[in-house]
Design a protein around this ligand. Structure first.
Ligand SMILES: [Zn+2]
Length: 248
């Protein structure tokens, strides 16, 4: 690290749990952020600002006016632009030292598997169950930790699934796949209060920074937040021996 980097990251380096070594690990780290919307915005901005060396931002959608209420990586001038490209530009504005690749397509199949395998941590910032299951399966197959966040109406949740932990569950242990479809997760249909995505996305970024730098211990179980009462709850999530993704 040069003097400028030492100054830029000084408030993290002075933390005992991170220190120079942890900051060096962040700078050498590569995070894949799937979804550059409400959750992906704070995730991309905080990871870039904090000095994660390499980010891959994936989103196939274009910025719409109804996104601007909460998707803070995008502005009025980005309407109609691809979200991954727009978020890349915002994150580079905070930290031009960060290497950022925008994937402007829906990551699926082999492309998803390759992107996950190339990353040190994956952040699921999508709002579709089908994407969530695909990302979970790819993380499990590649042995890459997954930081999962969700926010809808006034409710948020976070969980970290680390395939390197032999006792650890996966997303499909928590939510066994069925045919309920994608409807339940969509902010377009259910609405969402603006700062909730900031809260959950910031929590995801924090967990990714811990995983990459080695600070603290990764979050375990499921944390849920009810914005209407301001209450957090925490649940244990056991591994399901019959899980179709990680069981057997
Ligand atoms: Zn599982």
């Amino acid at each position: 690290m040069n003097d400028r980097a030492l100054l830029r990251y000084s408030r993290q380096i002075m933390l005992e749990a991170i220190d120079i070594e942890g900051q060096e690990r962040l700078l050498a780290g590569h995070a894949l952020v799937v979804g550059a919307g409400g959750l992906g915005s704070p995730v991309a901005l905080y990871l870039a600002a904090a000095g994660v060396g390499r980010l891959t931002l994936a989103d196939a959608d274009a910025v719409e006016l109804s996104n601007l209420q909460r998707q803070i990586a995008h502005g009025e001038a980005d309407l109609g632009r691809n979200k991954a490209a727009s978020a890349r530009e915002s994150a580079l504005g905070l930290n031009p030292e960060c290497r950022i690749e925008a994937v402007e397509t829906h990551l699926a199949g082999e492309a998803l598997a390759a992107a996950v395998a190339a990353a040190d941590v994956v952040l699921d910032c999508t709002d579709r169950f089908s994407s969530r299951y695909a990302i979970n399966a790819a993380c499990r197959a590649a042995g890459v930790p997954l930081v999962s966040g969700a926010a809808i109406r006034f409710s948020g949740q976070l969980a970290v699934f680390d395939p390197r932990d032999p006792e650890g569950p996966c997303y499909a242990c928590l939510y066994p796949p069925d045919d309920s479809g994608d409807e339940a997760l969509s902010c377009a249909e259910s609405g969402v209060v603006a700062p909730l995505v900031g809260l959950v996305g910031s929590f995801q970024a924090l967990e990714a920074i811990k995983l990459l730098s080695g600070a603290g211990t990764p979050h375990r179980g499921l944390s849920t937040f009810d914005g209407l009462t301001g209450q957090w709850r925490h649940f244990r999530v056991p591994r399901d021996p019959a899980c179709p993704v990680c069981g057997g």
